[in-house]
Write a protein that binds this ligand. Sequence first.
Ligand code: CMC
Length: 429
Amino acid sequence: MTQRTAILSIDGRSIELPILSGTLGPDVIDTRALGHHGLFTYDPGFLSTASCASDISFIDGDQGLLYYRGYPIEQLAEQSDFLEVSYLLLHGELPNEAQKRDFLAKVGKESMLHDQMGKFFQGFRRDSHPMAVMVGVVGAMSAFYRHSSDAFDPVQRQTAGLRLLAKVPTIAAWSYKYNEGEPFMYPQKRLNYAENFLYMMFATPCEEYLPNPILARALDRIFILHADHEQNASSSTVRVAGSSGANPFACIAAGIASLWGPLHGGANEATLKMLEEIGDVSRIGEYIKRAKDKTDSFRLMGFGHRVYKNMDPRAALMRQTCHEVLDELGLNDDPLFKLALELEKIALEDEYFIQKKLYPNVDFYSGIVMRAMGIPNSMFTAIFALARTVGWVAQWQEMISEPEHRIARPRQLYTGAQRRDFVPMEQRG
Ligand code: CMC
């Protein structure tokens, strides 16, 4: 087949640029040759830029599709579990039985932290935000696990990825325990990944703790739904940080820092804050009115999405889980959850929200589910980070093992002063 090209005509010159097709999604114009012509593309925020080629996940925002390695998210959420999905993201294929057993055993074995790391936590203030602790402690893994820090060694890369997947839940749970002033709980091999996280969050040495299987399954689903989402801000951050060959733990810490921002991972926490502010079903009308008012900056948190202009497929799955959890815990009549469900109902029926395609997003429901489980708001983004770690590792591995791998080094449109001469102090006005 002949190569399709796009012709850029500039100052009487024609530059022919190849058009590349992926397996799904829009074609892209390969602009790499522009640099040879002294030209760069200008696209702040990457609104029209494919920053890399990737095999890992695919989103179609118009149709409301999300695939991991080609598998629809619905099938994975309903028929798989988080560690199987993690294997898929890291290795490209679902594991067979023996591979899964081996993978689970390796993750279990790596889930403990270096004993000295417990002391590292003690350096933080007791009231530190869990994300602040996570950025610090995950970054510090490069000091504790130096022999899996070489990004250019494929064996060390594998070990680092496994360690991150296994140890980040322990770090997240311990950041909560540290806030609470409770003893750190060690992961238990007898428990699965989500059960273990609940155990490390809520167990104490004083009494037996048995994780509720429905809640563990709901948490596992939250992990699956947040595991990867193509080239979002934090995944792009990990790729850019890692492109210099920086060690993997520092790169994942950079991803956590990016995720922390309220425009990215913070929406689930913001949703709960908003529900608390609304306070009562009788005040929903007032807030819906404010959300529609152009002169008011208020927005309904947990509604709308930049990419999904149809229902976010993750939100549909999370909605189902949300109802299961509220039923299981008998919380349907709890004022805050009643308020959330009423808000969802009114917004879904409101002409403004229908017309603008503003559906509840995954964070609307995941915030409610986590609150129902007794997880404090401050841990919501930390749990998102825990789930996204495997996606970040997969994106980092893909980037660094790419044969054409190069350091990420964008150019700029310079808008500052032109050349001028230094002015001595006595001559300055
Ligand atoms: N409440 C009220 N109106 C809204 C909302 C909302 N949540 N979201 C968008 N709109 C209106 C907006 O005012 C605009 O109206 P108009 O066309 O009259 O100017 C129109 O809808 C389009 O909005 P936009 O800001 O151009 O849309 P966007 O694609 O840039 O923003 C968004 C997407 C997610 C930032 C936005 O919907 C929003 O701020 N939502 C609330 C925050 C939230 O829940 N964020 C989590 C997103 S999911 C997490 C993830 O996957 O990373």
